[in-house]
Design a protein around this ligand. Structure first.
Ligand SMILES: Cc1cc2nc3c(=O)[nH]c(=O)nc-3n(C[C@H](O)[C@H](O)[C@H](O)COP(=O)(O)O)c2cc1C
Length: 202
């Protein structure tokens, strides 16, 4: 069992907004749960391989008939899914890329969803940083294929307690067209950090 399965996605390190918010979560979580067992995966540093044919066929082949390579890939996949099954709380911190999840996170999702095997029993917290805003009334309202998608992924695995902590306008101050939204960006990040601390302490 782990108290927390923690995934990071952004490759931006110290410049990452999503990582700066999950840092607040982690600090509060450790303060609330001293000695917590935390399993961390940094998908930017150690990407999860995409599902390939050998992995898929291994799941359809008796163990005795699998090659050593197929067996290794099968066990790796089961291990990733087992981390999900055994987590009391799953924390994912990710940017939005091109209206959805970065492909490294999608690769992880494809690996861990094994029908009949993967079951989320604990809480799920999704920290998502967007460059703009997709809120009702925004010019691109309805273009967000990330938050609903990730929520659905975890609900499909049995999760009943999914919280999304969103920060908006991450590109303000970087993209000239969003220059007017710098205050909204800072407010959004500050609010997300507070929410992350509250969620971690719940
Ligand atoms: C490759 C790439 C694609 C992006 N696509 C979008 C997008 O579709 N919508 C959006 O709102 N922001 C988009 N952004 C901006 C990021 O979501 C935003 O800067 C976010 O704050 C990054 O989080 P991070 O600092 O944790 O990496 C994109 C950024 C990159 C690098």
């Amino acid at each position: 069992m782990s108290d927390l399965l923690h995934l990071e996605v952004s490759p931006l390190g110290e410049y990452s907004i999503s990582r700066s918010i999950s840092k607040e979560f982690l600090e509060a979580f450790v303060a609330q749960n001293p000695g917590a067992v935390i399993v961390s995966r940094d998908l930017a540093k150690d990407p999860i391989p995409h599902l390939d044919g050998e992995t898929l066929m291994a799941g359809r082949t008796a163990e005795a008939d699998r090659s050593a390579s197929a067996q290794a890939k099968h066990e790796y996949r089961l291990g990733l899914a087992q981390e999900v099954n055994e987590a009391k709380h799953i924390l994912i911190s990710t940017p939005m890329w091109n209206f959805t999840v970065p492909s490294v996170l999608k690769a992880w999702v494809d690996q861990i969803i094994i029908t009949g095997f993967t079951k989320v029993k604990g809480k799920v917290t999704l920290i998502i940083s967007q460059g703009g805003s997709y809120a009702p009334g925004a010019p691109r309202a309805g273009w967000d294929w990330e938050t609903g998608y990730l929520k659905q992924v975890f609900e499909s695995l049995g999760a009943t307690d999914v919280t999304i902590i969103l920060s908006e306008f991450g590109l303000a101050g970087i993209v000239p067209a969003l220059a007017d939204f710098i205050d909204r960006k800072n407010e959004s990040i500050a609010a997300a950090k507070v929410t992350a601390r509250v969620r971690a302490s719940a």
